[in-house]
Structure formats: structure tokens, C-alpha cells
Design a protein around this ligand. Sequence first.
Ligand code: PEP
Length: 251
Amino acid sequence: MRKPIIAGNWKMNMNPTETREFVNAVKNELPGSNDVEAVIAAPALDLTTLIDTAKDSVLVPAAQDASEFDSGAYTGQISPKVLSEIGAKYAIIGHSERREYQHETDAQINAKAKALFNNNVLPIICVGETLEQREAGETEDFVATQVEGALNGLTADQVKVAVIAYEPIWAIGTGKTASSEQAQAVCAHIRATVAKLYDQDTADALRIQYGGSMKPNNVKELMAQPDIDGGLVGGASLKPDSFLELVHYKD
Ligand code: PEP
């Protein structure tokens, strides 16, 4: 059985003081770690505060990006080696905001995934189409190409422990959620793509999140879909109360 994974993506919000306050407000109210994995992807500058404050709790720390290089002349980048050393379990890679503003390519995202695995940090790989692509009927082909590009050269054992986040770009931060049927259809297509690239066992182990205006009032319906194993949540993860409602969607 795939363990549900609800991950907050704070984006460039929150400072160390706010991070400490948030973690102290949620850390004793989280569901058991066998039930739902509760993750916060904090800005790099808040990560050590998050990790220190969350220790002895089940809250799982994550980064929002990682370099494809461990160290060197890469000004401003975030080392996957250091993420591992400080205790980040996951790093989001290929978020649509980075694909758009930093012009990240599938090849780069693939290199980042490999660098993370080399350092025992697990990637949360974001994929998703624009509204134009959806309207042109290109969603499934486009998302399958992103998945294939991101996973290129990874072993089945690596893919089994990776996470893919399906985030239709038109639903991110817009208040427009994909319907649970739309989200399920693409998540099922991602799993079928992985089964074709690897095998059914690998596809069945891989966890797939939906992201795009997930909120306390739609989480239950989205999480009831057979191929949706979690959520990647922006806006609704910034307040302790709504984050707690999301991770307790089963209650
Ligand atoms: C995101 O940034 O990954 C996201 C899904 O944002 P929001 O939940 O605010 O749409």
C-alpha cells in the first residue's frame, strides 16, 4: 500500500521566526507517521530552523529545489549534499515556477533527480500542462514526455521511492482546482507511463500527488481517487490550521 504524502510548498514565504511558530503549532497535532506523511518544503534559509524545531516530531522536512551539482562554482545554488547533511528527506524539483522563471529543462530536472538520489534525498518531481496545452488536447502526451525526461536513467528501485506531483499550471495559485476526475485521469496516465517505462510493480509503488489549489474543502475528494496518493499544497499550507486539516483529511 502506498502511504499518502501531503506536502506543503511554502514557496518564498515565511521567515525563521514564522517557521518556528508554525512548527511548534503543528508538531504535536500531526497524524501518525504510518498513516499520512506530513511534509513541509521550506525556503532554503528556513530549513535548519524547520529541522531543529521539528526534531522529535513526525513532520518531514523538504527543500524546494536542489542543484544538479554537489559543490563548486554555482553561485546561489542549493547543494543536494548539504541538504542530506542537514537532514532534508525530500526536495521538490521541476516546479512549474522554476521551469518558467529559471528556464529549467527536463534534462536538468533529470540531473537534479540523480544528484538527489546520490545523496539519499528523495525527489518530488513536478509535472503539469498549461491551459493552452489542455485545451489543445496535449495534456497526456506532454506530461508523459516530462515524466520520461525526468526519470531517464533512474533505476526501478529509485522510481519506487520517488514522488511525482501532477500540477496543472492553470490550477496553481489560481483557486481553480482540477476536478477530481481530471486529476485522476492524468495521475492514472502517469502511472501507466511509468509501467510502460519500467514495470507494473514499479508503477504501483510510485506515489503520485495532485497539486493545484488543494484545500481543506477539496482534499477528501481528491484523495479518494485511486491514483492520487497525496497533495502538493501551496497557499493552504501556510497556516497551521489549514495544514492540519489537510494532513487529517481522513478524520
Ligand atoms: C504549488 O505551488 O505547488 C501549488 C500547488 O500551489 P497552490 O496550492 O497555492 O495552488
